[in-house]
Structure formats: structure tokens, C-alpha cells
Write a protein that binds this ligand. Structure first.
Ligand SMILES: Nc1nc2c(c(=O)[nH]1)N[C@H]1C(S)=C(S)[C@@H](COP(=O)(O)OP(=O)(O)OC[C@H]3O[C@@H](n4cnc5c(=O)[nH]c(N)nc54)[C@H](O)[C@@H]3O)O[C@H]1N2
Ligand SMILES: Nc1nc2c(c(=O)[nH]1)N[C@H]1C(S)=C(S)[C@@H](COP(=O)(O)OP(=O)(O)OC[C@H]3O[C@@H](n4cnc5c(=O)[nH]c(N)nc54)[C@H](O)[C@@H]3O)O[C@H]1N2
Ligand SMILES: [Mo]
Length: 726
């Protein structure tokens, strides 16, 4: 397959027209995309009351392929009742993620019982009855509650509250496989766990770092902003072991000039080895110090630990930095020179930074570098973790973490007179491990695909299979409904955000909370997430708590509760009337005071990890293609990397010859976690030698369960593999 030479552009426009046709006309699709609902894909923050396809500074039309795919998936027809007696679970296991997504919308509750071969439709009363009966029979700490980042703040808040009042803190979300390292790292440095900037700050930066991310595929709307930065004469420095086509040149479909000629994005593209960022970031800081280009006043007045940190920078040797980053002195000097010259700098990053055993340290090192030149705590400069799911940040804000923030905990107890559990609670992988050890009996999943997103798929399958009961609230089928099923597994079909009968809210990565209107249902059958949760809670806890669960079917009442207990969320109480999106207080930093105990930023010192891999071993990153959204695969092809299939391993030509491999050779890829046979070798000059690339979720068979000790995030990008010929 021919690789395109730029991202975006005509292929994106042609795709829009094709998708329109699939759902009965481009007008129908356009209307669906324009409703006043927050966009369903990434967390950039689109839509809401501004209307769909409008971004946080009013830019229109902002649409990306993934939002089209998510919308057309929700606009699919219903899975027909005979589907369940036609395809056995064994057959569903053989379906690809693409096939499962395209089976249609889930509209009936279905039940699978071990020993039988098929799911079978059951009515809602039976489904809810089975769930509540099981819950009543179990010690609460033998259950866990997993949330994806697609659901609303209201559903997230309500379910975590129920789980805690039921009696467990085994409450967690997909963030533990995603940006948890950013939250933990940022909190340790600035006392706040999210972006310090708003979109307008990024637009006005004169240098933006894009570290370990592929926004042309995964956050296409951010590309509009990066083209603006370039058009204003600003610079973009990309740090990534892979030269991602769309980060070199991108065609913004809504800008005629950019569409015709493309916009150059990266002014400098530096390729570290996988896992080499900590050493590279330290090297840039060391060079800034050598140049005397730091903001000594800021370090002195607004930071803690500056002297010790600078001392350590000075003691690290250059050969160590080169060896542990895979980056040459001239590249480090080039980055430092540009950084020293820039006036307003934004540092952005994604999974190439967090998916490592030193993910938190990576984030701290980015923050150190920003502190060094006073780039946090003023307008047009700061820190930007580019978030994944459209409401993953909101889900975290409203309490979906094992340990509740102290303020939420205290207010829930005092406002409602509740007693909440004080146990530590388990993180996501912690739950999987406890299930494997048979310490857990039941899992309750609000969306997502826990099986598919896990490291070590063989283990994940076994671990989930050891549960007595698994309950999913889902819109469509995914691999997690076929693999790793509990003894009893129940799927409850839910409405998508834009089909909700009542308004809901979402939070963007720039800390804005916005109202989604909901809209007409597309199918009879699926129910609102909050309705299901409130009913289960009422049946399980009716007489034991002071919460009126019946009233919690009303999203307005849930918002009242959120307003009372979640810091910075008070304006949510009136959002249905005001319709005004609001920014959460205390999250954007345009002044250099931080919510740390001392009010100053904290500089952290780090040991630099060695690059992994010796001899025939290759470092492996497991990433997304342009044609998927997480475990949901919409297309086999990866347009920007020029791949027409997913069962491939991409290698630099030097590694191909070093290992004696040829193009299209079929091999088995091995790691300490498992093996993946029948993989095609493909030449990929865009990757730095010594490193390799495979697609997630299939490659999760190879990802061991090594996590960052501080954030518990698995090292999905830090895998070591060898290749065996077949
Ligand atoms: N189309 C689409 N959009 C999405 C998603 C999707 O699946 N599809 N998923 C959403 C979610 S939940 C998330 S979290 C985001 C994910 O967005 P990204 O983080 O952009 O996604 P990944 O594909 O994991 O890509 C990681 C990038 O990191 C680079 N990388 C790998 N290892 C390293 C390393 O050691 N150092 C550095 N510097 N770079 C490295 C890879 O080359 C790749 O470009 O996207 C969100 N948006
Ligand atoms: N090897 C490897 N593994 C990874 C990663 C990686 O880069 N490499 N990335 C990790 C990351 S960043 C993440 S975020 C996780 C993803 O983890 P998850 O969030 O658990 O997985 P998704 O694939 O996004 O979940 C998709 C499913 O959500 C359901 N869904 C969609 N919309 C709705 C809705 O409105 N309500 C409800 N209730 N359900 C809905 C649909 O059934 C759909 O199949 O995977 C992680 N795993
Ligand atoms: Mo994510």
C-alpha cells in the first residue's frame, strides 16, 4: 500500500462522503454531528452547547475521521435476536474487533452461562434481578468496578458512589492504562493533575513540544492548532522514535490553502530510542544550564529543590545521556537552542511518555524542563497532557479512582451523612491480578473493553474467566464480550451520549465542563446508563443509605450532588439552565503559584534508566493505527504508515538485514509474556533502528505486566521482543 505523504487532506474528505452514504446520506450524518453534544472521541473538547464540530475557541468546522466513525457506529442497525442463536461464543471469539463492532447496536440484555454455547436474550427484569441478587450475596470487596472514559460525569459519579456505599473502593478507570502517570507526575510537581493551559494558550505559543504522541491520527483537531502555530511563525519540536507522516506535513481539510499545499508541522524532529525520553529531557536541561539560559529567578522564587536538581544535572555525564537516550549531542543542542530562544513554550505529550515503567518520572522531567525557563504559571505557556477518551478526565474528577480525593470524601460524609469505606481499593491491573488469584468474584464494567485493553492477553483471559459474574454496560460488541467471560456474563445495552433522554455533562482536557443535550433514541431497547445504575443501587441498598436512588435517575439531581461535593464543579448545578460551559476553578495556571504545600513547583531528580534490549532483542512499542479507536478497529489499513493490514511488525531496514529478515517474511514474535505467530515483517525506514512497532490490541499477547510503580500504568511501549523465523 502506498504511504500518503501528508496527513489529513483529500483522503479525509473522501472518507466523510463515503461514511455519509453508509448511514443514509451525508446530510443525516452532518445533522447528527451538529447536535449539541460533546464529541464522542478524544478529549480535545468539541461540541456541547456550541454545537457539534465547534472547538473551544469557536473554530468550525472541526471534524475528524474518528468522530465520523464513532457516530456512524452508533447509527448502525440493531443486532437482531436471531444473531444470538446463530453465533456461539466460540464463533464470536473468532470474530475480529472490526467484525464485532460492525455486528450492530446492542438492544437487548443478553446472558451467557458457562456450560452453554450461546448468549441468550433475557428481559430487563431478569437481567437486573440477576445482577442485584449476585451483589447482595457477595462481600463487597470481592467485586470490582471498571469505567471507561466514554460515559458521562453523571453516570460515573453515580456508579462510584453506589460502589462505595455498597462497600468497596475497588473503583477504577481506563486512565490506569493511559494518562495516570501524567496525573501522578503533574500532581507531584505542581499539585494539580491536568493541563495548566487552555487551547488559546497553545494557539499563541511560539514553540510547542509534541512528545510521544501521534496527534494526526489520534487528536486530529489539535493539528489545526499546530498549523496555526506554524502560520504565526512559531515552531513545533517533535520527539518520537517514529517519524509520523502527519507530524511532518498535514493538510487541514477545512483550510483551503492548507488542503492544497499542506502545512509543514515539525520544525525539528528528533528520534530517541523507545524509553529514551528521560535521558533526553535531562540532556536538554543540562545543555540549557551549560548555556546559562535558565530563568534563575523563577527557579529560585517559584520552585523547590532547584539547587539539588541543577547539581545533579551537572554531575550526569554526556556519554551517559547519549547512551541512554539514543540521541546525539547535535540533536540535543538543536533542541536546547530553540528552547532557549522561545518566549512562550507549551509542552504536550501522550502515551509514548506514560506507557513506560518510568512514566511518572518522564512527566516530572518534562515539568522540570518547563520550570527551568519559567514556562509554567503564565499565559501562552505550560503543560499539556493530551488526553484520550472524550470524558476520561471528567470520570476521574467526579471520583472514579480507588481513593477519593479528601475533599470529596469529607463532603460526601458531611453533606449526606454517609459512611464510606476507607480501604485502599485496587487499581485496574490490581483488580485483574486479584481476580486471577480468585480474590474477586464479580466485575462490573461501565463501557470499555477491559480484556482488550489489558497487557498480557493470555493472563487477562484467564483472570476474567475466573470471575463468577461479569456485567457490561455497552453500546456495541467488542472482544471483551467474547473472551474472558465470567461464569455468568450479562451485557446490558445502553444509549449513546447523543441518545440520552436527559442532558449529561463531559469534561475536556482543557478542564471545561459542557452540557450535552442528548437526543432521540435510535433504537428501542437500550437504556440510559444512569437509569440502570440508579435502579440497581435502589434494589441493593434501598433501606441502608440516606440517598434517594429513585431521584438519582434524574441527571439534574446527580449534578446537584456533584456540585456539592466535587471541588471546582459548583457551576454544574445550574448548567441545565445556563447552558454555559464553565472551566473548573484552579486548574489553569496563568500565575506561578501552585497548589503544593509550599505553593511552589517541585523539581524531582531521577536516575536515568538504561535503554533496554541486547543482542537480537528489539524494543517494541504497541500503538494505534489511523483506522482504530482503542480496541475498536474500524479499518484494517493504517493510512499514514502505509500499512494495509494489522498483523505486521514494522522494522528499520538496518534491523532487517542485521537479523537476516526479508520483506513480507512470516515470523513469530516472542516476548516474556507470550508469542504471536504469523506476523509479517515489513520495512519501515521511519522508525529508529533497534526499535519496532506493532498494533494494539492484538499485540497485547506480547506485553508483560510490568507497571510503573508510582502510577501503576503498564509499560505498553516498553516491551522487549525477539523474532523467530517460521
Ligand atoms: N483515532 C484514534 N484516536 C484516539 C485513539 C484511538 O485509538 N484512535 N485513542 C484515544 C486514547 S484513549 C488515547 S490515550 C490517545 C492516544 O494517543 P497517542 O499517544 O498518540 O497514541 P499511540 O498510538 O499509543 O501513540 C503513541 C506515539 O508515541 C510514540 N512512542 C512510542 N514509544 C515512545 C517512546 O518511548 N518515546 C516517545 N517520545 N515516543 C514514543 C509512537 O511512535 C506514537 O507516535 O488517543 C485518543 N484518540
Ligand atoms: N498494548 C496496548 N494496550 C493498550 C494501549 C496501548 O497503547 N497499547 N492503550 C491503553 C489506553 S490509552 C486505553 S484508554 C485503554 C482503552 O481501554 P477501554 O476504554 O477499556 O477500551 P475501548 O476500546 O475504548 O472501549 C470501547 C467500548 O466501549 C463501549 N462504548 C462506546 N461508547 C459507549 C458509551 O457511550 N457508553 C458505554 N457504556 N459504553 C460505550 C463499546 O462497547 C466499545 O466496544 O487501552 C489501553 N491498552
Ligand atoms: Mo487512553
Amino acid at each position: 500500500m502506498k504511504k500518503v505523504s501528508s496527513g489529513g487532506g483529500w483522503p479525509a474528505i473522501r472518507y466523510t462522503l463515503r461514511k455519509g452514504k453508509e448511514v443514509g446520506g451525508i446530510w443525516k450524518l452532518y445533522k447528527a454531528l451538529r447536535t449539541k453534544n460533546a464529541c464522542k472521541t478524544c478529549a480535545l473538547g468539541m461540541g456541547g452547547q456550541r454545537g457539534g464540530m465547534v472547538n473551544e475557541i469557536g473554530g468550525f468546522p472541526e471534524v475528524c475521521k474518528k468522530s465520523l466513525q464513532a457516530m456512524t457506529a452508533d447509527m448502525q442497525g440493531a443486532i437482531q435476536p436471531e444473531f444470538w442463536s446463530t453465533y456461539s461464543v466460540a464463533q464470536l471469539k473468532a470474530f475480529s474487533p472490526y467484525d464485532l463492532e460492525h455486528c450492530g447496536r446492542l438492544t437487548q440484555p443478553v446472558l451467557y452461562e458457562r456450560g452453554t454455547q450461546y448468549y441468550r436474550p433475557i428481559d430487563w427484569d431478569e437481567a437486573i434481578g440477576r445482577v442485584t441478587k449476585r451483589l447482595k450475596s457477595l462481600p463487597p470487596d470481592e467485586t470490582f468496578w471498571y469505567f471507561s472514559g466514554r460515559s458521562s460525569n453523571e453516570a460515573g459519579f453515580l456508579l462510584q458512589l453506589f460502589a462505595r456505599l455498597y462497600g468497596t473502593n475497588n473503583v477504577n478507570n481506563c486512565s490506569y492504562y493511559c494518562h495516570q502517570a501524567s496525573g501522578v507526575g503533574l500532581t507531584s510537581s505542581i499539585g494539580s493533575g491536568t493541563a495548566t493551559v487552555v487551547l488559546d494558550d497553545v494557539e499563541h505559543a511560539d514553540l510547542v513540544f509534541v512528545i510521544g504522541g501521534n496527534p494526526p491520527s489520534n487528536h486530529p483537531r489539535l493539528m489545526t492548532t499546530l498549523t496555526h502555530v506554524r502560520q504565526r511563525g512559531g515552531e513545533v519540536i517533535v520527539i518520537n522514535p517514529v517519524v509520523e507522516t502527519g507530524l511532518v506535513n498535514f493538510r487541514v481539510p477545512s483550510n483551503v490553502r492548507s488542503l492544497m499545499f499542506g502545512t509543514k508541522i515539525a520544525t525539528l524532529y528528533v528520534q530517541p530510542d523507545i524509553g529514551g525520553d528521560l535521558a533526553l529531557l535531562t540532556g536538554i536541561a543540562k545543555r540549557i544550564d551549560e548555556m546559562g539560559a535558565q530563568d534563575a529567578e523563577f527557579l529560585q522564587n517559584s520552585c523547590e529543590g532547584a539547587e539539588q536538581w541543577l547539581e545533579q544535572l551537572r554531575s550526569v555525564s554526556w556519554p551517559e545521556i547519549h547512551a541512554k537516550s539514543g540521541v546525539s549531542q547535535s540533536d540535543i543542542d538543536a533542541i536546547a537552542k530553540r528552547y532557549a530562544a522561545a518566549k512562550n513554550v507549551v509542552f504536550s505529550w501522550t502515551m509514548g511518555i506514560t506507557h513506560h515503567v518510568h512514566g511518572v518520572q518522564n512527566v516530572q522531567a518534562i515539568t522540570n524542563l518547563a520550570f527551568m525557563r519559567g514556562m509554567v504559571g503564565r499565559p501562552n505557556a505550560g503543560l499539556l497532557p493530551i488526553r484520550g477518551h472524550s470524558n476520561v478526565q471528567g470520570i476521574g474528577s467526579v471520583g472514579v479512582t480507588p481513593k477519593l480525593k479528601d475533599a470529596i470524601f469529607e463532603r460526601l460524609e458531611s453533606e449526606y451523612g454517609l459512611r464510606l469505606p476507607t480501604t485502599a481499593g485496587l487499581d485496574t491491573l490490581g483488580c485483574m491480578e486479584a481476580a486471577y488469584e480468585k480474590k474477586l468474584k464479580m466485575g462490573f464494567c461501565l463501557g470499555g473493553n477491559l480484556y482488550g485493553s489489558n497487557p498480557d492477553s493470555t493472563f487477562a483471559d484467564e483472570s476474567l474467566s475466573r470471575l463468577e459474574s461479569l456485567v457490561f454496560l455497552s453500546t456495541t460488541l467488542n472482544t471483551g464480550h467474547a473472551h474472558g467471560l465470567g461464569e455468568e456474563s450479562i451485557i446490558l445495552p445502553v444509549l449513546a451520549r447523543d441518545e440520552e433522554p436527559q442532558p449529561t455533562t463531559q469534561e475536556s482536557m482543557f478542564n471545561f465542563v459542557r452540557l450535552s443535550d442528548g437526543g432521540p433514541r435510535r433504537h428501542e431497547g437500550p437504556r440510559s446508563e444512569v437509569e440502570i445504575i440508579a435502579r440497581i443501587a435502589e434494589e441493593v441498598l434501598a433501606d441502608t443509605t440516606s440517598i434517594d436512588w429513585q431521584s438519582m435517575r434524574n441527571t439534574g439531581r446527580i449534578r446537584d450532588a456533584i456540585a456539592k461535593v466535587v471541588p471546582g464543579y459548583d457551576k454544574i448545578a445550574n448548567i441545565e439552565n445556563t447552558k454555559a460551559e464553565f472551566q473548573i476553578n484552579g486548574r489553569t495556571f496563568h500565575q506561578p503559584t501552585f497548589p503544593t504545600p509550599s505553593g511552589r513547583g517541585v523539581l524531582h531528580r531521577h536516575e536515568l534508566p538504561s535503554l533496554r534490549g541486547t543482542g537480537d532483542q528489539l524494543r517494541l512499542m504497541t500503538v494505534r493505527s489511523e483506522g482504530q479507536f482503542n480496541t475498536v478497529v474500524y479499518e484494517e489499513e493504517d493510512l499514514y504508515r502505509g500499512q494495509d493490514r494489522r498483523d505486521v511488525i514494522l522494522l528499520h531496514p538496518d534491523d532487517m538485514s542485521r537479523l537476516g529478515l526479508s520483506e513480507e517474511q512470516i515470523v513469530t514474535v516472542n516476548s516474556e509474556a507470550g508469542e504471536l505467530p504469523n506476523i509479517r515483517v515489513r520495512t519501515f525506514p521511519n522508525i529508529k533502528p533497534g526499535n519496532s512497532l506493532m498494533y494494539y490490541p492484538e499485540s497485547n499477547v506480547l506485553v508483560p505486566r510490568h507497571v510503573d510503580g508510582l502510577s501503576k500504568t503498564p509499560a505498553f511501549k516498553g516491551v522487549l521482543v525477539t523474532i523467530a523465523t517460521q
